[in-house]
Write a protein that binds this ligand. Sequence first.
Ligand SMILES: [Fe+2]
Length: 278
Amino acid sequence: MSQVTAMAKQLNPMSTECLRIVQVTDPHIFAEPEGKLLGLSTRVSFEAILARIQKEEIAPDLLLATGDLSQDASEPAYQYLLDKFHQLNYPCFWVPGNHDDADLMEHTLVGQNVLPHKRILTPHWQIVLLNSVVKGKVYGNLAATELEFLSNALKEFPERHLMVVLHHQPVNVGSSWLDKLGLRNADELFEILAQHEQKTSVIWGHVHQDFEDTQNDIQLIATPSTCVQFARESEDFAAGQESPGYRYLNLYNDGRIESWVHRVDELEYTVDYTIKGY
Ligand SMILES: [Fe+2]
């Protein structure tokens, strides 16, 4: 588990019928304001997405940011993100990604509505945020302390529905280069989740594409990046054609999740498809 004490945050959803979540992931913000990933300014696309979220009629109860928040793990990038999240009037939570520095985030990406909590509780749901980062590696792994944190959370509230939030994909998404860089010990995660009798879901970032599946009664969800996408079903690294996106998730009291992706199509940019890595 990260340095942040695993505190439970009791959240009172604005709507009694469901908890409304907006997920943003993999914004890859650089220290330099003009930083680009494969030709796309990551700050410009992130700001376009935040502006869209703020304009939409859906009023989220909270935001989840699922890693690779900074491309260069830099303090200016986290300061920028903190400032942007402060413009939202609801709680924002995060997990680190392979490009991030979790220790630095714990010091810089907190304050006001940006919260360090790794567990969110509502009367019907428990949301557990896990750090899947292995320092210096692109692939992920859940340390024993993270697995224990999840296990204990389930023992404490076995009657609540569960959503696990992490950066790395625990199942293959169909691109061989990317699936080598997923969560290495997903078996251990699923072993714990198999014990849980209520509705269970896992959401993540990292794969820069929309993905939804259900396996062994566990709902599995990945979300497009707020910047460049990765091509689907690709042997090797390749950028995708889709626009930057984000996801809404409505968590109902009976454990049902309704979820959909929005994309920002009006941004003008040219993805550099010649780049063979990111
Ligand atoms: Fe990423």
